[in-house]
Design a protein around this ligand. Sequence first.
Ligand SMILES: [Zn+2]
Length: 312
Amino acid sequence: MVYIDNLAKVRELSTWRVWDEPTPPDNRDAIGFGLVEGKGIGMIARRKILAGELIIAERPVYAQRKTLPQCNAENAVNGIFHLSAVKDLNPTSREAISSLKNSKSGCHPLTGILQTNFLMLDITEEPDPDPANQFVGIFPLLSRANHDCTPNTHYFFNFSSFTGEFRPTRDIPEGAEVTISYTHVLAPRSARQAHLRSCYSFICSCAVCGLDAKKAEASDERRARIHQLVEELTPGSSVQRKPSYDKIKDCLKMVEKERLDVYRAQILFYGGTLLLQQGDVTHFLQWMRRAEEEYLRIEGEASPAYKAVMTT
Ligand SMILES: [Zn+2]
């Protein structure tokens, strides 16, 4: 792996014992790649994949801070910085990078490929909320997954094994595409499409983006309500008004309707904590059990959220 950072941090990473350890066993035989109408090459289920199966666990071949001062506008055009960064990678990893899609114009193809396919990763156990300390990486397989505004798969970075991981949030039938989200799925359709167009140069034609105007408006409304509830429930949120048990239950139904399974765990966890504060121990215990199962399914035992539920 190539890791771009200051010398002290690069030296620190080179001493990690994780590099001598194998990556977790996965089920990558369950996926293949094929043409998806309107999208180009996509990741396809070769058999039915069950929710929670670890489809892929792989280490990045390239990692850097999300924002690099060295990669200025001039270097983005001539590609010198990134060409120099990847020159010592083995041929297989270089080929894995060069075979990825480039959706960027106005910059060197290699810089465009990296910017198109980055996924977030962590180089510290406790992720730093400071945007200057966010990290991104390129993965040979994970970076090839396409977008859907109702994705069936969750991307999780497992810091303890230093692997990016895909787990389906619901069962994926044989022949269906494995998808993740490139944008904020709770944003309205127009905002999602504008973001995807400007950052990834495509017009999303997923099922929910293809809804007629009336149904799309109803979907936007449900997503906005889920977004609002998540804001209200998030610990430390500036929103003072706290939702009732019935409102949270209604919102969980909207999560089902929109098939945004990934939010269920978070709502159950934060909602359950709120119920405990309100003295509702019975529902607190029920929701914590469900949150535990959900986090285990979508992120596995290494998930910080799963560990937080277990210690609550
Ligand atoms: Zn869409």
